[in-house]
Design a binder for this molecule. Structure first.
Ligand code: IGP
Length: 264
């Protein structure tokens, strides 16, 4: 069984447990009274006009790397990301494989006003409501994990909730399967989900194939300003970065370097 299959299998059980604790109707009611979302895609689009739009990821660890950062305080890290000039944040909420928590999203939301992505494996519309209620402004949908009809349904439901969708692809088949999905952001994952190796050439190869109206986001394996400039030349307009920030002691300094020395 591939790691993705293992994650998805476990996720089914998690969602079933969550539904048993709190029914969808309850979340629906909660979502009605929330403040509007913060405009995740709009923030990336406007920053990319004048500077480098970075989505900085709050990520304690991963299946391929184990624990990346032992002294992990999600709110402090989010504050460092804000101070370093990140445009948006991504918060890993998967507990079993990525050492995340849905509660981190809420905690970060209370302290930092940047738009937030819930980074998890969405397999059920229930999780969209959960995300919105916990303070997300955007959600990740992974093409490798969903059928095209599900991608379309979830994207429509997310839009109704005011959530922007980052639709993640990592090969040509997934792009073909996602072409009709109305998502404002398309992410190209440079990480091969089977081998876990990253290759920036993935973004260069796939970017010309994306729907022209989507804003292209390069994901994973970005370490230096040179990496970003290389993918900017390929047409990427935003950059999702986790590990290379999480390993730094001086996060704002690393963000300044990645942005080419400026915050705008
Ligand atoms: O830590 P990196 O190599 O900078 O990658 C960040 C992000 O792209 C990665 O965490 C990611 C991309 N797609 C995902 C889907 C699920 C979990 C995690 C991910």
């Amino acid at each position: 069984m591939s790691i993705l299959d293992k994650i998805l299998c476990h996720k089914q059980q998690e969602v079933a447990d969550a539904v048993a604790r709190m029914p969808l109707s309850e979340y629906r009611a909660r979502c009605r009274d929330l403040e509007p979302t913060r405009g995740f895609a709009a923030a990336l689009s406007s920053r990319s006009e004048t500077g480098t739009a970075i989505i900085a990821e709050v990520k304690k660890g991963s299946p391929s790397r184990g624990i990346i950062r032992a002294d992990f305080d999600p709110v402090r890290i989010a504050g460092d990301y804000r101070d370093g000039g990140a445009t948006c944040l991504s918060v890993l909420t998967d507990r079993e494989f990525f050492y995340g928590d849905l509660a981190y999203l809420q905690q970060v939301r209370d302290q930092v006003s940047l738009p937030l992505l819930r980074k998890d494996f969405m397999i059920d519309r229930y999780q969209l409501f959960e995300a919105r209620a916990a303070g997300a402004d955007a959600v990740l949908l992974i093409a490798a994990a969903l059928e095209s009809a599900q991608l379309e349904d979830f994207a429509a439901e997310a839009a109704e909730l005011g959530l922007d969708v980052l639709l993640e692809v990592h090969d040509e088949t997934e792009i073909a399967k996602s072409f009709r999905v109305a998502a404002p952001l398309f992410g190209i994952n440079n990480r091969n989900l089977k081998t876990f190796t990253t290759d920036l050439a993935t973004t260069e190869r796939l970017l010309p194939l994306l729907p022209p109206e989507a804003l292209p986001v390069a994901e994973s394996g970005l370490h230096t300003r040179a990496d970003i400039e290389r993918l900017q030349r390929a047409g990427a307009r935003a950059f999702l970065i986790g590990e290379s920030l999480m390993r730094e002691t001086d996060i704002p300094a690393k963000l300044a370097e990645l942005q080419g020395g400026s915050h705008v």
